[in-house]
Design a binder for this molecule. Sequence first.
Ligand code: ATP
Length: 316
Amino acid sequence: LGPTITAGEILVEIMSTSIGAGFLEPQPLIGPFPSGAPAIFIDQVAKLGSPAGIISAVGDDDFGRLNIERLKRDGADVSAIEILSDMPTGSAFVRYREDGNRDFVFNIAKSASGMIRMTDGARELVERAGHVHVMGSAFAIPGIAEILMESVAAVKSRGGSVSFDPNIRKELLTGQADARKRLDQILGVTDLLLPSGEELAIAAGLDDEDAAVASLLASGISEIVLKRGAQGSSCLVSGKRFDCPAFIVEEVDPTGAGDCFGATYVTCRRQGRPHDEALRYANAAGARTVTRRGPMEGVSSFAELDEFIQANRSDI
Ligand code: ATP
């Protein structure tokens, strides 16, 4: 299998240590943790022992080194990550609301992640790739849509496949006038769609779940996987539906669950595993992630997932 690749932000994440505290006054924070949704995704694919690489950029600083070392340690290909001497590595500050939602303060546009280019190293990675994963949060980066679409075209022309996690972050949508057009462009080349929350309704332009799924499957998407947090996940393909309950765990930090879930699902399907097995492994990967503080701290190997599945109950 050619590597699974993506393009997008690499960040450090620094987070609140309490629920409900805002950023308007000093408080204890924890971090830096390696992060950036596309980076978490790729790190999780690599941790499963599957070839994975990311087109990105970091600064020539400790935050960049922290990320590159982690990606390398977990087995990811870092050859398409450009190290920029004149820009800092991007960052995200996260606070947690009482209702379970999160607010982010992102520093992407004026960081190395805002300057991602199709370098020679990136082209070389695309030439070897077998699958492109598109992460919606990355579209805040100027030029990333072109890099992703060029990668998609190259990989599809060789018979490869495409997955898409809309990962809509309201903080990153500001000023993206062509967001709808871009969403439709990506949906038009997507084989596997991985929405959560309201993203299914936004993608289809329909509020009713069944109608939204039917419309997207009719448009050419072959597989839709719905992420439902502590309610687990479902997979919908033409004429069939698989539901998988979540594992019962104590949630410490929800960040990264969707990325690790998606990476595990995509990897299992690329390895030819059936839908229900892929969902179960993906649920386990998402659940393991939320039990650890830090978005990339809960990435799992297959051995760790097998052990977790043996030791933990799901709500059947
Ligand atoms: P994020 O944007 O935070 O990365 P997401 O909204 O894309 O996440 P979620 O639905 O929150 O995705 O999580 C993905 C999967 O992880 C869920 O479908 C579920 O299998 C697992 N998961 C998430 N939260 C929990 C939880 N509290 N308990 C058990 N499993 C969970």
